[in-house]
Design a protein around this ligand. Structure first.
Ligand SMILES: Cc1ncc(COP(=O)(O)O)c(C=O)c1O
Length: 422
């Protein structure tokens, strides 16, 4: 990208983990223009459109077996989709006669969006602090974070994953049967920085939710649509969620778009009950946004970009990115490098042995971000990885078309930026 002064940037953050297919792909803008020429807008209370019907079928297939017979609800982005999912979970419970279920449990150090409902289930301290008097509080449970494990583990958190899952079960029990759903990011996003759950944890979470009649909502706003090297990140753990939420990479930034993908169980309960989901935004299923999203889906499938984002497969773009990032461990200020696919984070420490973070006031991640920007490299700096306030990290989420030369150039610039910030 070039700015108005002609400065050139390489965007290693994909804006904010949005752009997955790269900028300026001509078939996306053509698809949008073709759609605009046919019909630019109809209200979903009056009409549906071919693009909505066909794209929904394709997305259900992309989401896999678990969503066979399900349905898709299109919105304009992540937060709108999360609000939709929370209300859908509540309506499901009412339809199946569980009218007392209204609580949504979630995790500390999570982020589900900036609207008040989404913020109320988010754990991100910095983003919610000012609005606390306005948000509804439900219980939040801990999240496995192997680099700073609460349980002093020595087995890569295999066992403590079960302790975190047990914490969820205790929270469900403590809600006295009022829990409607549990919402989680299958790989944590910006707040904690690309933390991958330990083996077995999400499977146990899914089993506990099923046993207690609690719906499982996977927030794949950031991790969905190939970002982690699978269509959706839950596939890494073979977990079947009842509701899957996605946005960002769904349209890769070409148009505002989000989607709530509901399983047959949820759809059938509403169809057999009141018959309609009591919810709506004027711009639901906007035809031009859907044309963009559908063209993005076709493009990423034709170019095999999900495969390119698979970091476990030698030789892929993501495997090269992972390998290059690992070299940053040699830097004095780098405590951890973690992630999967094309979603990675680098966590900074002032002392490697004790994992002591930098003082909050130093804003180390911000300084690295500024030093990188000076060099023409865009990254996503965050603070709060240790306890919501202290701790510094960068989120890195390049488009899947990033080349080996660009990766090598970026990591050199990043290493220089880390040294400059020290
Ligand atoms: C996991 C997750 N959920 C929800 C959201 C909110 O999405 P949006 O900013 O499109 O409203 C974000 C945004 O960063 C996110 O990362």
């Amino acid at each position: 990208m070039w700015d108005a002064d002609g400065n050139r940037y390489l965007d290693l953050a994909g804006s904010a983990a949005v752009n997955f297919i790269g900028h300026g792909v001509p078939e996306i803008s053509s698809a949008m223009a073709d759609q605009a020429a046919k019909i630019e807008f109809v209200h979903t209370s009056q009409f549906t459109t071919p693009v909505a019907e066909e794209y929904a079928e394709e997305l259900l297939a992309f989401a896999g077996e678990n969503f066979h017979g399900g349905a898709v609800y299109f919105t304009c982005g992540g937060s709108e989709s999360i609000e939709t999912a929370l209300k859908l979970a509540r309506q499901y419970q009412v339809e199946v006669g569980q009218t007392f279920r209204h609580q949504i449990l979630s995790r500390e150090q999570s982020y589900h969006g900036s609207t008040l409902g989404a913020l109320s289930v988010s754990g991100n301290k910095r983003r919610r602090e000012m609005y606390l008097p306005m948000v509804r509080e439900f219980a939040r449970v801990g999240m496995p974070y192997c680099y700073r494990c609460d349980f002093d583990c020595t087995d890569g958190c295999r066992n403590c994953g079960q302790q975190y899952a047990a914490e969820l079960e205790r929270a469900i029990e403590a809600s006295n049967g009022q829990t409607a759903a549990f919402i989680f990011e299958p790989v944590s996003g910006a707040t904690l920085g690309a933390v991958v759950p330990p083996p077995g944890y999400l499977q146990s979470v899914a089993e506990i939710c099923r046993r207690h009649g609690v719906l499982l909502i996977a927030d794949e706003v950031m991790t969905g649509m190939g970002r982690t090297g699978r269509n959706f990140a839950v596939e890494h753990s073979n977990v079947a969620s009842d509701i899957l939420v996605t946005a960002k990479g769904l349209s890769s930034g070409y148009a505002p778009l989000g989607a709530v993908i509901a399983s047959k169980r949820v759809v059938d309960a509403i169809a057999a009950g009141s018959g309609a989901f009591l919810h709506g935004f004027t711009y639901n299923a906007h035809p031009i946004s859907l044309a963009a999203g559908r063209a993005v889906l076709h493009h990423l499938q034709a170019k095999k970009l999900v495969e390119a984002a698979d970091s476990s497969c030698p030789g892929t773009t993501a495997a090269q990115f992972k390998q290059a990032l690992e070299t940053l461990r040699a830097e004095e200020a780098v405590g951890d490098v973690r992630g999967i696919g094309l979603l990675w984070a680098v966590e900074f420490v002032s002392d490697k042995a004790s994992k002591r973070p930098f003082p909050v006031s130093q804003n180390f991640a911000g300084s690295v971000g500024a030093a990188a920007l000076k060099r023409g490299l865009l990254v996503y700096p965050m603070q709060g990885s240790v306890d919501g306030i202290s701790g510094d990290h960068l989120l890195l989420a390049p488009p899947a078309i990033v080349t080996p030369d660009q990766i090598a150039w970026s990591i050199e610039r990043l290493a220089e930026s880390i040294r400059e910030a020290k």
